[in-house]
Design a protein around this ligand. Structure first.
Ligand SMILES: Nc1ncnc2c1ncn2[C@@H]1O[C@H](COP(=O)(O)OP(=O)(O)OP(=O)(O)O)[C@@H](O)[C@H]1O
Ligand SMILES: [Mg+2]
Length: 414
């Protein structure tokens, strides 16, 4: 029989990662380190629900990867466990990034409560008023305290405004037997102050809890704890966990990023057939994560921005730093867009697109003043690597064009 096309995978043993799932972002850890204070604060606030008293509403604020979702769900599960006998409360979790219209939020909450399949609320077709009244009835019939978590509330707000929070924070006025408390979670610290109207802010933010970024030491503890369960013994070089922690602590103290780095580093080492994971694998992993992010951004660019980006890559530098100016890019851009059958935009509009791409982080542009009072931008093409070129040149709009002139600057990411 012919060899399996999977032969090399069948033969190569998984010799580093014992349990991959433990490193996955969706894994629910059994301990949440360095969050005792936040856990206790939430517990103190929601505990009255065990005696059927309404807890204050809470707003939880913290940057991405600081454990907000993990902590709240942990407390929620513990609350349900503590209430298993008395059944005085219900914990309901809604992620507003996924469930993102007022109707779908109310629909989702309702159908977590309604057990009779014949009474479930239809997916579409009802007015908001009707679904809201129906939800209030069901909640009141239960004669309980409802803790409703609205995760990523800024997502819902961006799409729909704050009506849904108004509905849910005023629902108590319609209830006789039950009460509803809201826990709103956001990673946008200015969101609560800037965007919520005062009437909602005071209702929703009766209590405010901040999740600070993790320090490098805290991230090390979190990673060590996971690594012990996820890896075979002695497969991580001593530098790996501190290095992942240091990278992820910069600016954001993000546990998700730290775990992603560790998992991807180990994947790279394993695929390479290496017997231990080293900080070199972490460097590759970091570059891979950055490159993936760039690919995602490039996908969202308009045709004109893609042409501008390509022009930046194709413009020869006239100085030793390898950077190019807006004016130089514009000359290339006009030619390239004509070749592609697009009407060239004005230099000012192209300059705006360059600033936009700078903000998205795919290029670095600095304003540079010239002696004769002129002002131009100097664009650093270092970041616009070979990889960006290959991603971009496989795009539909450049198909069939001969773009393969030698690049003047080639920085390889992976
Ligand atoms: N203290 C901790 N101990 C162990 N694991 C943690 C801890 N904090 C966060 N994590 C893990 O890090 C990842 C990110 O955490 P989580 O999803 O709770 O972040 P978040 O603050 O909700 O971020 P976002 O704002 O992006 O939603 C999860 O996989 C979670 O299990
Ligand atoms: Mg979250």
């Amino acid at each position: 029989m012919a060899d399996s096309i999977f032969k090399r995978y069948l033969e190569k043993k998984n010799n580093l990662i014992k349990n991959r799932g433990i490193l996955q972002a969706t894994y629910v850890p059994d301990v949440l380190l360095h969050r005792d204070y936040q856990i206790e604060e939430i517990v103190d606030i929601v505990a009255p629900s065990l005696n059927k008293d309404k807890p204050s509403n809470i707003i939880i604020i913290g940057q991405t990867g600081t454990g907000k979702t993990a902590v709240v769900n942990y407390v929620g599960h513990e609350l349900e466990r503590a209430d298993a006998e008395n059944k005085n409360c219900r914990y309901i979790y809604v992620n507003c990034e996924v469930i993102d219209t007022p109707y779908s939020i109310l629909y989702n909450i309702s159908n977590q409560i309604i057990t009779d399949p014949n009474k479930k609320i239809p997916f579409t077709g009802w007015s908001l008023e009707k679904i809201f009244n129906e939800l209030a009835n069901y909640i009141d019939d239960e004669n309980k305290i409802f803790i409703v978590v609205l995760d990523e509330i800024d997502m819902s707000f961006k799409k729909n405004g704050d009506d849904i929070f108004y509905y849910l924070t005023t629902i108590n006025e319609m209830l006789k037997n039950s009460r509803v408390s809201i826990i709103g979670i956001t990673n946008n610290s200015t969101f609560a102050e800037k965007f919520l109207s005062p009437r909602i802010r005071s209702r929703l933010g009766e209590e405010k809890i901040v999740f600070p970024p993790y320090t490098p030491e805290q991230l090390i503890d979190i990673l060590k704890n996971r690594a012990e369960q996820a890896f075979y013994p002695n497969v991580l070089d001593n530098s790996v966990i501190p290095y992942c922690a240091a990278i992820s602590a910069q600016g954001s103290g993000d546990a998700r990023k730290a775990l992603d780095l560790l998992r991807i580093s180990a994947d790279i080492a394993e695929r390479n057939g290496d017997s231990i994971v080293t900080s070199a694998h972490v460097d590759y992993a970091r570059q891979k994560i950055e490159l993936d992010a760039v690919v995602e951004v490039i996908k969202t660019l308009t045709d004109q921005s893609k042409i501008v980006l390509m022009s930046i890559i194709k413009t020869p530098s006239s100085n030793d730093t390898g950077s190019v100016t807006t004016g130089e890019v514009y000359t290339t851009y006009v030619e390239l867009s004509k070749n592609l059958g697009y009407n060239p935009l004005s230099q000012r509009m192209v300059a705006n697109l360059i600033s936009e791409m700078d903000m998205l982080g795919i290029i670095t542009a600095r304003v540079k003043s010239f002696g004769r009072g002129g002002r131009t931008k100097e664009i650093d093409v270092n970041k616009v690597s070979n990889d960006v070129f290959s991603i971009l040149s496989s795009d539909d709009i450049f198909r069939g064009m001969n773009l393969n002139q030698k690049l003047k600057k080639q920085t390889t990411l992976m």
